[in-house]
Ligand binder design. Structure first.
Ligand code: PEP
Ligand code: MG
Length: 321
C-alpha cells in the first residue's frame, strides 16, 4: 500500500467529479522543505517561524531572516510560501526577552499577534525581511491569533510601513489566521482587510472547546470533529466565499484522510498539512465525490458529538477507501 500511495503522489489531487484541491505543506524548519517536493505538494501553506526566536539568545535581525526566508524561497523555485509571523507567548518565549513574569507565561495572556504588537522592533524586523524576499518570490504574510480588525489593521499598517521603509513596490498578500472564537465573530471585518485566511484547527478546537490541545489524548470528545468546530469551519468558508477570499485549513487534522474529505464537503479547497500526510490525503481525496462529501458534511453539521461524526464518515466514506 505504501508504494502504491507513493506512485499516486505524482497524480493531481482532484476529486472523482473533477474538483481540484490544493495540497500544501506545514513546515517548522528550513530543513523540512525537501519534503514539499518529495510529496509533490503545491508549496508551503504554513511556515512556522518560531524556531528562529525560541532557540535563540540573540534577537534575530533583518539580515538573518532575509537570508533564511530568501534561501527557502529559492529552494521552492516559484512555489508559494506563506510565512507566519512569530506566534509566541504562553510557554513559547524567546530566551533573549528574559520575560519571567508568570502572567507573561499564561496561555491566555499576550499571545500570537498581540504579543507581536507588544514587541514592535521584533515584528518590524521580521516584516521587513519578508517584504524584502517577497519582491522576487511568491511569499505571503500570515498573522497568528488575530481577534478582530483592531489588531489585524495594526499589523497591516506595519506591513505597509515596511514596504515604505524599504522603498519597494510590491506589498505581499496579507492573511489572518482564524483560530480564536473572537475571530469567528469578527469574520466580516477581518475578511474586508484580508487577502486570504487560514483556519488553525489546533487552536480553534482548543479555544472553542476549552480543551488543552496538548492534553487531548484520550479525550475523544475534544477534537476538530466536534460539530461545533465543524459549524465554525462552515461559517468561515461561507463568509470567505462572500468576500471572494481564499481559505486554507492548516491545523493537524487537515492531514487526517477522513477529516480532509469532510473539509472538502464543507467547501474547503486548500489544505496545508504535515508533508508526510500528503500521500494518504491525496489518495482519499482522489476517491471521493465532492457532492457526496457535501451531503455527508451537511449531515455531520447536524450531529451531536464527534463520535457520531466519526461513525457517519466511516460508513459514508467506506466505499472510497
Ligand atoms: C493551529 O493552531 O491550528 C495552527 C496551524 O497553528 P499552530 O499549530 O502553530 O498553533
Ligand atoms: Mg495556532
Amino acid at each position: 500500500q505504501i508504494s502504491s500511495l507513493a506512485c499516486e503522489e505524482e497524480q493531481p489531487c482532484v476529486t472523482q467529479d473533477g474538483v481540484a484541491i490544493s495540497l500544501l505543506g506545514n513546515v517548522g524548519l528550513p530543513d523540512e522543505l525537501d519534503q514539499i517536493a518529495d510529496h509533490h505538494l503545491g508549496g508551503v501553506g504554513l511556515f512556522r517561524t518560531e524556531f528562529l526566536f525560541i532557540d535563540s539568545h540573540k534577537r534575530p535581525g533583518f539580515d538573518l531572516q532575509a537570508k533564511v526566508y530568501g534561501d527557502m524561497a529559492n529552494k521552492l523555485a516559484g512555489l508559494p510560501m506563506v510565512i507566519r509571523t512569530f506566534d509566541l507567548g504562553g510557554d513559547k518565549l524567546p530566551p533573549f526577552l528574559a520575560l519571567d513574569d508568570a502572567s507573561v507565561r499564561s496561555s491566555l495572556h499576550l499571545r500570537g499577534l498581540r504579543f507581536s504588537l507588544s514587541e514592535k522592533d521584533l515584528l518590524d524586523a521580521q516584516l521587513r525581511a519578508i517584504v524584502q524576499v517577497a519582491q522576487t518570490a511568491d511569499v505571503r504574510i500570515l498573522f497568528p491569533m488575530v481577534i478582530g480588525s483592531h489588531d489585524f489593521s495594526q499589523a497591516i499598517a506595519d506591513v505597509d510601513r515596511a514596504v515604505r521603509q524599504l522603498d519597494v513596490l510590491r506589498r505581499p498578500a496579507v492573511g489572518a489566521m482564524i483560530e480564536t472564537p473572537a475571530a469567528l465573530f469578527a469574520l466580516d471585518e477581518i475578511l474586508e482587510l484580508a487577502d486570504f485566511v487560514a483556519i488553525g484547527t489546533n487552536d480553534l478546537t482548543q479555544y472553542m472547546l476549552a480543551a488543552d490541545r496538548d492534553l487531548s489524548e484520550g479525550t475523544d470528545d475534544c477534537t476538530a470533529m466536534h460539530p461545533a468546530v465543524l459549524r465554525a469551519i462552515k461559517r468561515v468558508v461561507q463568509s470567505s466565499q462572500r468576500w471572494i477570499c481564499s481559505v486554507c485549513v492548516c491545523g493537524e487534522e487537515a492531514g487526517e484522510s477522513d477529516f480532509a474529505c469532510l473539509l472538502v464537503g464543507l467547501g474547503v479547497r486548500e489544505l496545508s498539512l504535515s508533508p508526510s500526510r500528503g500521500a494518504a490525503v491525496r489518495h482519499a481525496i482522489r476517491r471521493v465525490d465532492s457532492r457526496r462529501a457535501a451531503e455527508l458534511a451537511e449531515r455531520a453539521l447536524q450531529c451531536r458529538s464527534p463520535s457520531e461524526v466519526r461513525e457517519l464518515l466511516t460508513l459514508g466514506l467506506s466505499d472510497c477507501a
